[in-house]
Design a protein. Structure first.
Length: 60
């Protein structure tokens, strides 16, 4: 886990989607730049029923 990212799923959702929108072309690019595993992000957001949509480059 990246210490800069929130552990709370709702806060994480907000941060990830904002950064995807503003800075990164894909979840892969975000995770590489932020030094975090894609599986960690996905697993943190799954319990609040958000999945990554590559077409919109957002968790929806």
């Amino acid at each position: 886990m990246n210490e800069k990212l929130p552990n709370d799923p709702v806060m994480l959702l907000s941060v990830v989607n904002a950064r995807l929108r503003d800075y990164y072309d894909s979840l892969y690019d975000f995770c590489k730049a932020e030094d975090v595993e894609e599986a960690w992000v996905i697993s943190k957001l799954a319990p609040i029923n958000y999945i990554y949509n590559p077409s919109s480059n957002q968790f929806e």
